[in-house]
Design a binder for this molecule. Structure first.
Ligand SMILES: [Zn+2]
Length: 456
């Protein structure tokens, strides 16, 4: 039943142009996906809301757009070149590759992340079976760096695609201090792609090797009360889940136990969403201390200290890192919006997105495709609205079918031009996605009508 829901969402996403398995004409490629027209728009809307909420609407956060390939020394300084590893193990019988810690956690229920001898021992002692072929013959567990490596003309050492967006924020900290009038506490925000060469379990777009992050590094004076700031950030992250239409009952917090925290972190909390495949991380919030700035300062030989204008003291700020996965936000919004309803013995599938993230805001139809006057009037209405709202014109099939299609896309309103429009009072039918109620609105009042609806 639960997997069923996920399957239905995957199939709807493909059928309706949200998300396609990438490179299908070549048989698909390595669990990667392309965002189709509605998926691309939905993704953009989610990022726009985030950017508005966390950058444009705040005076203490500024934006940045750093490169995907940083100086190789940056990844050495942050510890990624040395330590950003997964422990892998291969089944000798079916040749499938697994993350050793996940394999053991699922088979034996112990968490041994990062402990290579421990992982090898547990696999042998428990005769762990391969989940795919039930074989019990394993290679030794070994580590593999998760960064994608490439080369660049004129650079002697390997260059990496960033495994997280945060790197550039720390690297450009000095440039920001030198060019902007920032005062602690302040944040630097960035949206962009990141790349991790991970072993990927098949959970649609939940974990992909090429993904997008929305991240903030929020710098503060270490003498300040970080716990209050931490709680307030957690609250803001939850506010963002509400903007995606996610109900509080599907959200829970998972605090990383002290023993598993990085040595520099005082606290890390994941915000988990109740996906059809179980509670899994949606967003994260971590206290990173001064680890990154100190490491980059040491490696670059440049001071990354902040001069407090009031006290005249110089110090390295500490940082809180709220991080948001774009694909996960989008997947959670899809799961939450997906609704099946009985309508007159028929089943209706509808994506009940909040209006702000819906990829299409208004669909415009002529009642009949073969009546030029209706089509002409509907085109007029479409032209009237399209500059203001994301609109779609549809004259395929009958009106009932068009409604069903727009329901599956999650379009909040459909406008139909019919014979009454032409012959009577210049009004159109506006149909509400959620209530399916219809009302007649004068064409000259439509724009204002939707202004009100979309500001609610
Ligand atoms: Zn196997």
């Amino acid at each position: 039943m639960i997997d069923d829901k996920m399957e239905k969402i995957v199939s709807l996403c493909k059928r309706r142009g949200f998300i396609y398995p990438a490179c299908e004409i070549y048989g698909g490629f390595a669990n990667s996906y392309s965002f189709g027209p509605y998926g691309a728009q939905l993704k953009k809307n989610i990022k726009d809301i985030w950017w508005k909420m966390f950058v444009e609407d705040r005076s203490d956060i500024i934006g940045l757009d750093g490169p995907i390939m940083l100086h190789p020394k940056a990844w050495q300084a942050s510890g990624h070149t040395e330590g950003f590893n997964d422990a892998l193990v291969d089944c000798k019988k079916c040749q499938r590759r697994f993350r050793a810690d996940h394999l053991i956690e699922n088979a034996v229920g112990v968490d041994l992340e990062g402990d290579i001898p421990g992982l090898n021992k547990v696999i042998k002692d428990n005769n762990v079976k391969c989940p795919e072929c039930a074989g019990q013959d394993w290679t030794e567990v070994r580590t593999m760096n998760m960064m994608f490596q490439t080369e660049m003309n004129g650079i002697d050492e390997p260059v990496y695609l960033r495994p997280e967006t945060a790197g550039a924020i720390f690297v450009e900290f000095k440039s920001v201090l030198d060019s902007m009038r920032v005062k602690l506490p302040f944040g630097i925000a960035q949206i962009g792609k990141a790349f991790r060469n991970e072993i990927v379990a098949r959970n649609f777009i939940f974990r992909v090797r090429e993904f997008e992050q929305m991240e903030i590094e929020y710098f503060f004076n270490p003498e300040e009360d970080w716990e209050t700031m931490f709680s307030s950030w957690l609250e803001k992250q939850k506010n963002f889940t509400r903007a995606l239409g996610i109900s509080g009952k599907n959200i829970r917090e998972y605090e990383h136990p002290q023993a598993k925290l990085s040595h520099y972190s005082k606290k890390t909390i994941d915000i988990e969403y109740n996906f059809p495949f179980g509670h899994s991380e949606l967003f994260g919030l971590a206290h990173r201390g001064d680890f990154d700035l100190t490491a980059h300062s040491k490696a670059s030989g440049q001071s990354l200290e902040y001069l407090d204008p009031e006290s005249g003291k110089k110090f390295t700020p500490h940082v809180l890192e709220p991080t948001f996965g774009v694909e996960r936000a989008l997947l959670a919004a899809l799961c939450e919006a997906y609704t099946e309803e009985e309508v007159d013995t028929d089943k209706r599938v509808v994506l009940k997105f909040p209006k702000q993230i819906a990829p299409v805001k208004v669909a415009v139809f002529p009642l009949l495709k073969n009546k030029p006057k209706l089509v002409e009037k509907a085109t007029e209405v479409f032209d009237l609205l399209k500059g203001k709202f994301t609109c779609e014109f549809d004259d395929n099939g009958n009106v009932g079918k068009r409604y069903r299609r727009q329901d599956e896309i999650g379009t909040p309103y459909c406008v139909t031009v019919d014979f009454d429009t032409l012959e009577k009072d210049n009004t159109v039918t506006v149909r509400d996605r959620d209530t399916m109620e219809q009302e007649r609105v004068k064409i000259e009042e439509l724009s204002e009508f939707f202004d009100k609806k979309f500001s609610q």
